[in-house]
Design a protein around this ligand. Structure first.
Ligand SMILES: [Zn+2]
Length: 276
């Protein structure tokens, strides 16, 4: 998720990010700021979405060995490049990770570098998911402060949402895979999540405010869902031409036909339904 204009033009956000309580800093000391009791077996949000639920206690689908990323899936070459819409990499399945080694740590470090580095990459983000740098695995990095050396750097692996607030809030989002596009997206104001950290240790926490917003945007990437999938028709209309410009650019630079076209998008009335 891009901070971009929001961080530069909106000091409110910066103050908000600074005032946010640490998310995971104390998670391993047993003094998690918002300790959660497990509400039931975790279930991917995608499954909730298919069932039209905002929260669920239904069982997660059984894990299969072929869901896990291989060494080849986790291979990357620095410097990483941001994958832009409509590259099909953004819609590909992202495998779960079960190897927590130095390679994974290096990937997360490189992703933070891409996320922050405006001068090299023209990025200025608060969050980044692995598929956005061409690695189709369930890994995200984020820092709601959006600035290196400020806020808190969070790496989440294999995240699942097991409860979402019923209350939805609008918020203007950007995305590093959609340079220059900013628009309102409705999302639950808080989510309860489970994930693993970079060492593989389990994390369970409630996120709200800006961290919940950034997390949900990046979590969608891990499900192959892009932020315009969650825009209402009128909001989508305001960015449709810009999406088509990105498609044109993709066709010019790759010589390929765009795998999707904004002409077909119909917007959504419901945060858990999709335009495609
Ligand atoms: Zn994004």
């Amino acid at each position: 998720m891009a901070a971009g204009l929001r961080l530069h033009l909106c000091p409110r956000l910066r103050a908000f990010a600074a005032a946010s309580r640490p998310l995971f800093a104390t998670a391993h000391s047993g003094a998690i700021p918002l300790p959660l009791r497990r509400a039931g077996p975790a279930m991917p949000l995608a499954a909730c979405a298919r069932r039209g639920l905002s929260s669920s206690t239904a069982a997660a689908p059984p894990a299969e060995d072929d869901d896990f990323a291989t060494a080849a899936d986790l291979r990357f070459e620095p410097p990483l490049q941001v994958v832009k819409y409509p590259d099909p990499i953004l819609r590909a399945r992202n495998k779960r990770v079960n190897t927590f080694d130095t390679n994974l740590r290096t990937l997360a470090d490189e992703m933070f570098d891409v996320m922050y580095n405006w001068f090299l990459y023209r990025t200025d983000g608060m969050g980044l998911s692995a598929p956005q740098v061409g690695v189709n695995v369930q890994l995200m990095v984020f820092n709601p402060a959006g600035v290196k050396g400020e806020g808190e750097e969070i790496v989440l692996v294999n995240p699942v949402v097991y409860k979402s607030a019923k209350r939805l809030l609008p918020f203007e989002e950007g995305c590093l895979s959609f340079p220059g596009i900013y628009a309102n997206v409705m999302r639950p104001e808080s989510v309860k999540i489970e994930a693993q950290d970079i060492t593989g240790a389990k994390i369970k926490v409630k996120l709200s405010g800006l961290p919940a917003r950034v997390f949900q945007h990046e979590f969608d990437h891990l499900l192959g869902i892009l932020f315009f999938d969650r825009m209402t028709m009128d909001v989508l209309e305001s960015v449709r031409e810009e999406l088509k410009n990105l498609e044109k650019k993709y066709e010019e630079t790759t010589g390929l036909t765009s795998p999707e076209t904004a002409d077909n998008y119909k917007g959504t009335k419901d945060v858990f339904s999709f335009s495609r």
